[in-house]
Write a protein that binds this ligand. Structure first.
Ligand code: NAD
Length: 319
């Protein structure tokens, strides 16, 4: 993988996720060229990234082996797509979550790069088979779905198009590992990928429990943050099962599978997320955290600070 070091990655779209990807790739020593179709947006992104990278260095939280100045020297912004794509081996698309906009971007990009360039999308919920439908050579297309904020939450879901070559998945996997992310491979596309399917299952049951008057909003959030979430930051649900019975997974299934099935069979239908239950849940959460910007911003800052600390702890505790 060291052969990729110093190579060029083009980031298309310089909003929240484009800027984060740029910082992650820079930390791994890659040259990053940022393009945005809104004039001035890409150069504005550079100013923002410079500020963040310098702050991270001061806080001893800068990722990678390079100094802030070294990382920033690898970064450039472009208002011209062709210029931005020159020399790139990997293109990370980060434009609005809009199918047509993304299809158009990939169509344009394909016409400006050679066959070997990997075309990667950050989409949260568009299916590869839809998104890459206007690309001629879909064997080099892939989704690399990050989690916000990618600088602290390292998971990247790699989702192939049905035609994607295994070698393309391998390069994306190596690249993500090389820059310190934690890639996982989906073997085929599925709506919601893996992360959002699990997340939506948690949201749905939490919602049903509050809606049905079983528990308050405050307390269901504590069930995650003080209960399940404590171990899920380090071990997943399958390892949890394996460790939670004296003799491991087989023992766990003997002891608990009947109970799990009984409870799972009581789960209600997909919530509507509207009407009276929604109004009640909105009221409850807004009493805890008012929806005015100042309160939301303060909680987001707290979240990011805590994630930063957790990322540091995970680094020290790894693997
Ligand atoms: P954003 O709105 O912050 O940024 C989008 C940027 O794309 C803007 O700067 C815009 O000017 C630019 N843009 C739009 N059309 C373009 C085009 N044709 N060519 C070049 N640039 C163009 O959006 P975001 O939150 O950064 O999301 C980007 C992608 O990342 C989306 O697909 C989203 O689903 C995905 N994603 C977002 C999150 C998140 O939490 N925000 C998490 C994971 C994945």
């Amino acid at each position: 993988m060291s052969s990729l070091k110093g190579k060029i990655i083009t980031v298309v779209g310089s909003g929240l996720i484009g800027r984060s990807w740029a910082m992650v790739f820079l930390s791994g020593g890659y040259m990053v060229k940022i393009y945005d179709n809104k004039p001035g947006q890409a150069s504005g992104a550079i100013t923002e990234i410079r500020k963040q990278i310098e702050e991270l260095q001061q806080a001893n939280m800068l990722r990678g082996n390079l100094t802030a100045a070294e990382q920033l020297s690898l970064l450039s912004s472009h208002d011209d797509l062709q210029q931005a794509l020159e020399g790139a081996f990997f293109v990370q698309e980060c434009v609005f979550e809009d199918l047509e906009a993304k299809q158009t971007v990939f169509h344009e990009v394909e016409n400006l790069v050679t066959e070997s360039v990997i075309l990667s999308s950050s989409t949260s919920c568009l299916m590869p088979s839809n998104m890459f439908s206007r690309v001629q050579n879909r064997t080099r297309c892939i989704i690399s779905h990050p989690v916000n904020p990618p600088y602290y939450v390292r998971l990247v879901e790699l989702v192939p198009h049905p035609e994607t070559l295994p070698a393309v998945m391998d390069v994306a996997y190596s690249l993500m590992t090389d820059v310190g992310q934690a890639p996982v491979r989906l073997r085929k596309e599925i709506d919601g990928f893996a992360l959002n399917r699990v997340q939506y299952a948690i949201i749905a049951e939490s919602w049903r429990l509050v809606q049905d008057g079983v528990i308050s909003v405050k307390d269901i959030d504590l069930v995650m943050s003080e209960g399940l979430g404590m171990r899920y930051a380090f071990i997943g649900p399958i390892e949890t099962m394996h460790l939670n019975a004296p003799e491991g997974m087989v023992d766990y299934l003997q002891r608990y599978s009947q109970g799990m099935k009984r409870v799972l069979n009581t789960f209600g239908p997909v919530p509507d997320f509207s009407g009276e239950p929604a109004a009640r849940i909105i009221k409850e959460i807004c009493e805890l955290i008012p929806a005015e910007q100042e309160h939301l911003t303060a909680r987001r800052e707290r979240r990011d600070q805590l994630l930063m600390g957790l990322a540091k702890l995970k680094n020290e505790a790894s693997p």
